[in-house]
Design a protein around this ligand. Structure first.
Ligand code: ADP
Ligand code: UDP
Length: 238
C-alpha cells in the first residue's frame, strides 16, 4: 500500500483521500500507543481486528438507526468512511469508575456510577487533551450550544446501544471515547472508531481487561484479547 493521497497519519490510523471528495479511506495500523504517543509499540494483527470490530459495531448501529460515518469495509485493514469536519472533542462516557476518573477523583476503579457521566476533552496533543466543560467548548468555538446538546444526546444513545451489545457477549462496558463530525449540511454524526483501543471492556465474570488497558498496565498481549472480543461478537451475532 502506498501513501499516495495520504491526508493524515495518526497514532492508530492513516486517512487517505479517494476519488470521491466526500469519502475517505481509513487504513488501520498495528501501532499501539499510550501516554499520548510517548510509549509506542507494534502489535501485529491489531489493525485487522480493530477494522473488523469497528465495522461490526457500526453495522449494528445502522440497524438501530444510529448514524455513523461508516460506509463499508474494503479489505482486512481498510474501510471507507464519509469525510467529515471533525469536532475536536474526545467525548468520554463512563458507566463505572476507571482510568483518569478513578485517579483524579479518588473513586475506586470498577465502582459503578449512579448515572453515565459524560466528559469533554479538547483534542489537542500540544495541550495534552485537557478536560473541558460546556462553556469552554462554546468560548473556544469548538461547537455551538445546539451542537453540544446533539452530541450529548447521541453520546447517551450510543452508550445504551453499546451497553446492550457488550452485555450480550458477557462484557461490562466501563467507559469509552467517541468523536463526532459535521457534514457540510451541518448535521452531526458519529465518526472515528469504536474498538478495544477506545473502550474499557471488562469480562462480566472475571473482571479481566479485554481492552487497551492490557497494554497501558503492561499485563499481557493485546492481540489475543482483541481477538476474544471479535470472536464473541461474531459467535453471538452471526
Ligand atoms: P490520533 O489523531 O488521535 O492519532 P488516529 O490515528 O485514530 O488518531 O487518526 C484518525 C484521525 O482521523 C483522527 O484525528 C480522527 O479525528 C480523524 N477522523 C476520524 N473519522 C474521520 C472522518 N470521518 N472524517 C475526517 N476525519 C476523521
Ligand atoms: N480514550 C481514548 N483515547 C484517548 C483517551 C481516552 O480512546 O486519547 C478512552 C479510553 O480508552 C477509555 C476512556 O476513553 O475507554 C476514558 O479514558 P481516561 O480518561 O480514563 O483516560 P486514560 O487514563 O485511559 O488515558
Amino acid at each position: 500500500m502506498t501513501n499516495s493521497g495520504l491526508l493524515y497519519e495518526g497514532k492508530a490510523k492513516k486517512m487517505f483521500e479517494t476519488d470521491d471528495p466526500n469519502v475517505l479511506r481509513v487504513e488501520y495500523l498495528d501501532q499501539v500507543t499510550a501516554l499520548n504517543g510517548a510509549r509506542k509499540d507494534i502489535t501485529t494483527g491489531k489493525a485487522i481486528l480493530n477494522n473488523q470490530i469497528t465495522a461490526f459495531i457500526f453495522e449494528q448501529f445502522k440497524q438501530k438507526n444510529i448514524q455513523t460515518h461508516f460506509i463499508k469495509k474494503i479489505s482486512k485493514n481498510e474501510q471507507l468512511v464519509e469525510k467529515l469536519e471533525i469536532i475536536p472533542l474526545e467525548v468520554v462516557i463512563r458507566n463505572s469508575s476507571a482510568g483518569s476518573f478513578a485517579k483524579r477523583l479518588a473513586v475506586l476503579e470498577g465502582q459503578p456510577l449512579e448515572f453515565p457521566v459524560l466528559e469533554f476533552y479538547y483534542k489537542d496533543d500540544s495541550l495534552n487533551d485537557p478536560i473541558i466543560n460546556d462553556d469552554h467548548v462554546k468560548i473556544l468555538k469548538i461547537a455551538t450550544e445546539q451542537e453540544i446538546a446533539t452530541i450529548k444526546r447521541e453520546g447517551h444513545i450510543i452508550n445504551q446501544a453499546l451497553i446492550t451489545l457488550f452485555k450480550e457477549i458477557g462484557i461490562r462496558l466501563i467507559d469509552f471515547k467517541v468523536e463526532f463530525g459535521r457534514r457540510k449540511d451541518g448535521s452531526i454524526l458519529l465518526a472515528d472508531e469504536i474498538t478495544p483501543d477506545t473502550c474499557r471492556l471488562w469480562d462480566e465474570k472475571t473482571n479481566a481487561h479485554l481492552d487497551k488497558d492490557v497494554y497501558r498496565k503492561n499485563i499481557g498481549e493485546i492481540v489475543p484479547v482483541y481477538q476474544e472480543v471479535l470472536d464473541r461478537l461474531e459467535n453471538t451475532f452471526y
